[in-house]
Write a protein that binds this ligand. Structure first.
Ligand code: ADP
Ligand code: MG
Length: 496
């Protein structure tokens, strides 16, 4: 494979003793396909099941068992490719990648080396400091996952759990277009976001649904690509960024010390924050790849691709733009609300209840009040005790003046605790906003009478005291007075 530069490099550099170095990174992300059953068998794929309870005879590689391709996995790979604007190959094929390992009973992994299902695409990423870059996607292929060897349960023996054996993975291979730890992190985060929108992978990195092989090399700015190492199976955004950083530094020190980087497979140790050599890098010929004789090539027609395309939801970039342009939501809130598909789904369900005129109010409320309440309660938005319909009802109560913003905060607290509807809470606790000028005027009159000195000061020009009178009136009205009416009546009363 020969690569060319994507030409939009960030300016991140590693400072060596002999000058600056540029980092070059390409990521191979393994994403487990969201599907009820495995790539070539009907066994279930639920995470966390009893070891070896989701293993069919195919997954256990019993002699004579034949793989049957799961069409749903093909569909998800194609949808993912389309979301990345990638070339969809109407004809692809499975190959056997032969190697021995205890958690690979077949003695080979079924993968797609020569004819992957998805070809070149792109992913736009933005780092926290606002730097934007486009990372090229080289390919996506479908392959089987292996089982899991468990080495730490017994002092002298290892266990093998085959539940994961045969689960469908999409291997999403980037071009070496990434130039810093931050870009590597942003790329994985953007990819995870997209997969979760598409629904082709749940993106649960701590359950192993997404993990990355991190290819890193270094070079002097302007030089050609250096020799890379590949750090295997890194399973969090933070660790991926760390692995890039420490591996680049190691290579710089090595080269500056007169050594050369060898192409090898390395392991990242999160405890020490270092990488160590695992084995020398294999080449494709070491695996004796050949077309799997048990499987026909994968072929589909335009109608299938069109159907996959039609099934895609609105994707994050488009959604974010629409929030700003059509709903008048701030760019910041639009980014926050679209960051994760669950948040966007919740927000749109709230909008269904409030209607577009309350969109900006809803955006502000979700990103500040609701997020704050959920954080305090320690739950994610998908498990919010306040349902979107209830949130919409609360916003409508504020919108039509039934309750004030400060009362809405109290109501939200009760909603989080009890799950009750806002109208019921307002009703039961008598929290309706008072706009009735009679009650407000009476309160104001009492406050003016009790604070003659302050009234004099105010009239003498100390306007800052106005806030004091507002506060006192609100207090007297137990927070329920309509703030607009209070302002108006106070101004009138103090002018008198
Ligand atoms: P393989 O790992 O199967 O040998 P490739 O040669 O296609 O496969 O490369 C795999 C990954 O390594 C890709 O993500 C690619 O972007 C990245 N890569 C290739 N060359 C370099 C390099 N010099 N520095 C950093 N990453 C690289
Ligand atoms: Mg590789």
């Amino acid at each position: 494979m020969t690569y060319t530069d994507n030409g939009n490099h960030g300016s991140y550099r590693v400072k060596g003793d002999t000058g600056d170095w540029e980092i070059v990174v390409g990521l191979e992300v393994h994403a487990q396909v969201t599907a009820q059953s495995k790539l070539f068998s009907g066994a279930a794929t639920t995470f966390g099941a009893e070891p070896n309870s989701q293993v069919s005879l195919v997954d256990a590689a019993m002699p004579g068992m034949l793989p049957v391709l799961n069409g749903e996995c093909v569909r998800q790979a194609v949808r993912t490719g389309l979301a990345l604007g990638a070339e969809i190959h109407r004809w692809s094929r499975f190959d056997r990648k032969n190697y021995f390992y205890a958690d690979l009973p077949q003695g080979y992994q079924i993968s797609q080396l020569y004819h992957p299902i998805v070809g070149e695409g792109t992913l736009d990423v933005e780092t926290d400091d606002g730097t934007r870059t486009t990372v090229g996607i080289e390919r996506i292929h479908l392959e089987q996952d292996a089982g899991k060897s468990v080495h730490d349960l017994h002092p002298t023996m290892s266990y093998v759990d085959l539940n994961r054996s045969g689960c469908a993975l999409m291997e999403i291979v980037s071009k070496p277009d990434i130039r810093s730890p931050a870009e590597a992190g942003a790329y994985v985060a953007a990819l995870r976001q997209l997969l979760r929108y598409v629904g082709s992978c749940d993106g649960n990195m701590d359950e192993g649904s997404m993990r990355a092989d991190v290819n890193v090399s270094v070079r002097r700015p302007g030089e050609g690509f250096g020799t890379r190492t590949e750090t295997k199976n890194v399973n969090s955004v933070r660790f991926i960024m760390q692995a890039v950083e420490v591996e680049a530094r190691r290579q710089v020190e090595l080269i500056e010390g007169g050594g050369t980087v060898v192409q090898e497979t390395r392991l990242f140790d999160p405890n020490s924050g270092t990488t160590r050599s695992m084995r020398s890098k294999e080449d494709a010929h070491d695996y004796r790849y050949f077309p799997d004789p048990d499987l026909l090539p994968v072929e589909f027609d335009e109608a299938f691709v069109a159907d996959c395309l039609a099934s895609l939801p609105e994707l994050p970039v488009a959604k974010r733009a629409r929030y700003v342009e059509a709903l008048d939501i701030s760019a910041y809130n639009a980014a926050v609300l679209t960051a994760d598909v669950e948040t966007a789904r919740y927000f749109e369900a709230v909008l269904d209840g409030t209607g577009a005129p309350l969109a900006t109010a809803a955006a502000n409320w979700v990103t500040s009040e609701l997020f704050g309440a959920l954080k305090k309660a320690g739950v994610g938005i998908e498990a919010s005790p306040v349902k979107p319909g209830q949130a919409a009802d609360l916003l409508k109560l504020v919108g039509d003046g039934s309750i004030s913003n400060s009362i809405a905060k109290q109501v939200l607290e009760v909603m989080v605790e009890t799950g009750e509807d806002p109208a019921a809470i307002v009703e039961a606790r008598g929290l309706q906003q008072v706009s009735d000028t009679g009650a407000i005027d009476a309160a104001i009159a009492a406050i003016i009478a009790a604070n003659a000195d302050k009234v004099d000061q105010y009239k003498a020009g100390k306007e800052a005291l106005f806030g004091f009178f507002v506060g006192q009136t609100m207090k007297a009205m137990a927070g329920k007075a309509n703030p607009g009416v209070v302002n108006e009546r106070l101004k009138a009363a103090l002018a008198g």
